[in-house]
Design a protein around this ligand. Sequence first.
Ligand code: ADP
Length: 281
Amino acid sequence: MSEQNGSPDPFSDTSVQSPAVSNTTASSDRPDRTVIKAEDLNVYYDDEQALNGVDLEIPERKVTAIIGPSGCGKSTFLRSINRMNDLIESARVEGELYLHGKNVYDDDVDPVALRRQVGMVFQKPNPFPKSIYDNVAYGLDIQGKEGDYDEMVETALRRSALWEEVKGQLDQSGLDLSGGQQQRLCIARAIAVDPEVILMDEPASALDPVATSQIEDLIEELAEDYTVVIVTHNMQQAARISDKTAVFLTGGELVEFDDTDKIFENPESQRVEDYITGKFG
Ligand code: ADP
């Protein structure tokens, strides 16, 4: 097992950092280092409370799954990490959400820069009506990134396991790809701007089983380089691909958070056991 000796404690840092250095240790073998920490996080839509006092520490370069019944606040939690809830007028956030010890809700945090560092992939693939190349280069352009775009686009497409399928057709529209390819293109677009964290909200729920399986394999690979947080309603999927699982239940409460094996084989909470075994939800 390769330890990350000499690496600074993420909570000693006061700034939102650039992405972590890559290594090749399997994500499940690496010791946990916290990247994201929620402390007494409450989110309201007008008077309705969607998250209730959530305390959660998300480890670096692992896959953390957020599961729970519909309406329990999974997406709300995900959106609170990169301040996508800012875009919902009725949403109000209380409590703290730290990225490397820096509260992302502090006045001096630029949400646009935050969203580059904490990228997001949505349920429905949403490529731009542009070429495959331009979809991936888009963020680089916006960022005014200097360097060899061809190389950066290729790297992002390789990392999203799409390169071999599209390398001869980079000028074609992203919209002409299959659903699974479109979703991998969206992942490439998120990766291109060098994020540290990738949030995924039900990324495979609109895909067929083969495409789902490809995305699941890809998510596990991505955890070699990125911290991945995935919302899924599919418990088998969470069990297959995640290292850690957080179970939210009705009322926006985080009921249990632990290693995925523990959650699925021997949860502490009876409510979690009932949910996992399908007694409700
Ligand atoms: P989940 O992802 O677990 O299905 P959500 O985070 O989408 O749950 O929703 C949690 C609660 O917040 C639900 O009661 C939902 O109706 C409410 N909610 C979610 N998004 C909005 C919104 N944009 N405006 C108002 N209420 C919302």
